[in-house]
Ligand binder design. Sequence first.
Ligand code: SF4
Ligand code: SF4
Length: 549
Amino acid sequence: MAYQIASGCLGCDNCRPQCPTGAISVTDGNYWINPILCNNCEGHYNEPQCVVNCPTGLPAPYQARKGRTKIIDTRPATSPDLFLNGKNNAFASAIVVWEACNLLAQRLSLSWEEDEDGKLSYRRAVFQGRGLITLRMANSLDQNPPQALTGKTALEQIAALDIRAACMHLIYAAHATALDRPWEQEFTISDQQIEIYLGLDKRKDLSKAAKLTLIKEIALQPCLLKTVITWAQQGRVREFAIDKSRLWHMVDVQHHLQADEQGCQHLVGLTFKVKAGIWAQYFLNRQDCKKQVAYYQYGTLPKSLLTTIMGIWQQHEGAARMLLWLLFKVRMGKEQRITIPTLMRVAYGEERLSQAASLREDRKRLLRTFENDLAVLHHYGLKPVFDPVTYPPEIQPLWAKLADLPEDADEALDFWIQDGTCDTRLTDCGPRGKWNLLMNARILWFDLPPDWEQATPGGSKKRQRKSTGNQESRSSRSRSRNQNKEPYSTPANLSGEQIAAARKGQGWSQRDLAERAGKSQSWIRDIENGRFQVKAADQTLLRKVLNLG
Ligand code: SF4
Ligand code: SF4
């Protein structure tokens, strides 16, 4: 239980230096205890030191502030809100941002190496080893330059990272795209903005103090990452090296207080001033990108991704990790083939995967978890398209096979009758050796929800101008071109009803049409139900298959 200081404080400063957690501060001449930091001296002393050292015994157990918190006018102005279209926002998606996101999401599951000084590092080679991105944990938020943690301390710090800090990292990456020179300019975010971005404003089960505690904790964690980058020359972009730089600088954290009737100061708000590290000068530099001497790399951050991660991180951490990884991966083009071992490594780590390879019970458990986590992605709108050769229906999860179940009762009956005549039924257990088959299986791509479609910084129509030159950006550009070539259908195009009528006119089931069109049955069902619009190329295909001229 935290303590608080009521009115009558003499300002003698006896308590502040004695507090083992640094919870006592002075703001505008008022002494107050930060309930986020105060832990009742637990683990340090038997008695609260602020009470013991106070000449008037003023500090008393914390009482929650009653009534709604009024918005304080004196709070500093914040940067413009994100997600103005209600769906998505551009965000810096350079490889260093991706790797930092992986670190925050996968933590100790990544392969960490100790260098000769004992500094623990996570490394990712780029350009076939001609470049290297190294991430480390910094020893403090304010030491400049930050020192990397070593050995056990570093491991403890990594283990203490919260996957929800990856959401804050993405929020920072989105704010950075709104600035011309993000490595020099700060952006300011309030707890109220963060609450909305993360969907915490809908959480009635959390008190204001609990929300502020969580926000502060996860807002600081991305700022503990330290980057070291060596980059090889690529086109007109010269080789460069970044040493001992923070990924994000926490320039200032402001605590906003309000006094209750007893004069106790309560924390009612937080404001964070953040600045991107020097990496942004190379990877998020609009001006130099025009001259082709730096990169300007961005992707689309769907708001729904943040709220989903905040909702599933405890029950489905594997799905949360996959979602965060796929956010960057799918930029690489729709036709990306992703192997199942790669996805499992992202979701559960190499160690768990190796364990499952040798222990049957672990294997069964991991398989069940993986299929459930894939179902979570599917439910969220990220639909895996299984490779029919390496990931055939026999080894697909049951939920995926049932996704093709027609909604129409008669068609559903036909579906089950037809299934009953097959050698293997949908509901049959997986074949022997399913694990080994899965270790060679691939997902061809993920169909994406509409809010994953490309957003641009400042809402302009401009496309990404300069690529890293690696496959990621080339594919991204080609995907953008494809998107341009395939505008969504106009009202003159085939509607869902017309497609359904033409199909029935041919005497075909949804499954028949799906087979003829080379699509999944769920895709046919969705377009017939008008769940999404059909792109021009698919309109042409359907007209051809349905003989509609
Ligand atoms: S109870 Fe202990 S931790 Fe809390 S403010 Fe007082 S001295 Fe600090
Ligand atoms: S709370 Fe007590 S010890 Fe702390 S400054 Fe006020 S009077 Fe002094």
